[in-house]
Design a binder for this molecule. Structure first.
Ligand SMILES: [Zn+2]
Length: 163
């Protein structure tokens, strides 16, 4: 069967959707910003370079990306589509999990109304989701160009929270 033909399209703009990956029953949700080229090609989250960085870094805190749930703020390439549609899909997903790591500036701004570097590695509660623990970190994609320290620090604190 042609896998591509089975993929859902965005009801607003018609782009192919990249659905969340990993088990829905996982307590952990990792939220990126938008899919890269490889993610768009395969229709899965975090299968490209950013995914391999994330996978490697999660292994350092004893987690396997494939055993965790992951999603992006944008469920297809960033375009002029209605952002509210994407936020709604994201919040539906967030409700199913206990610990959420928001990775990047856009998603932190949209959900927490804060600058990611002001709260990176800190535990954040949101009135809308009183039972869910949020952490924020830089987007792991920045690690391609920048030192890894800030992302690792945020992950270390996330690890302390979940064990
Ligand atoms: Zn769209």
């Amino acid at each position: 069967m042609d896998k591509k033909r089975m993929r859902d399209r965005c009801p607003n703009c018609g782009d192919l959707l990249i659905n969340p990956s990993g088990p829905q029953s996982s307590p952990y949700l990792f939220v990126g910003e938008f899919p890269g080229m490889e993610e768009i090609r395969q229709g899965n989250t975090f299968v490209g370079i950013t995914g391999s960085i994330l996978n490697r870094e999660l292994a350092r805190i004893g987690l396997q990306l494939s055993a965790c749930r992951s999603i992006n703020l944008w469920q297809h390439a960033k375009n002029d589509c209605d952002l509210e549609f994407h936020i709604n899909k994201l919040t539906q997903e967030i409700r199913k999990h206990k610990y959420v790591l928001l990775m990047g500036s856009d998603v932190t701004q949209v959900l927490l109304g804060k600058n990611v570097m002001d709260i990176s590695g800190m535990k954040v509660k949101i009135a809308l989701f009183p039972k869910i623990v949020f952490y924020a970190s830089p987007n792991p994609a920045i690690l391609l160009h920048a030192p890894i320290g800030e992302f690792r620090l945020a992950l270390q604190r996330f690890k302390k929270e979940i064990k």
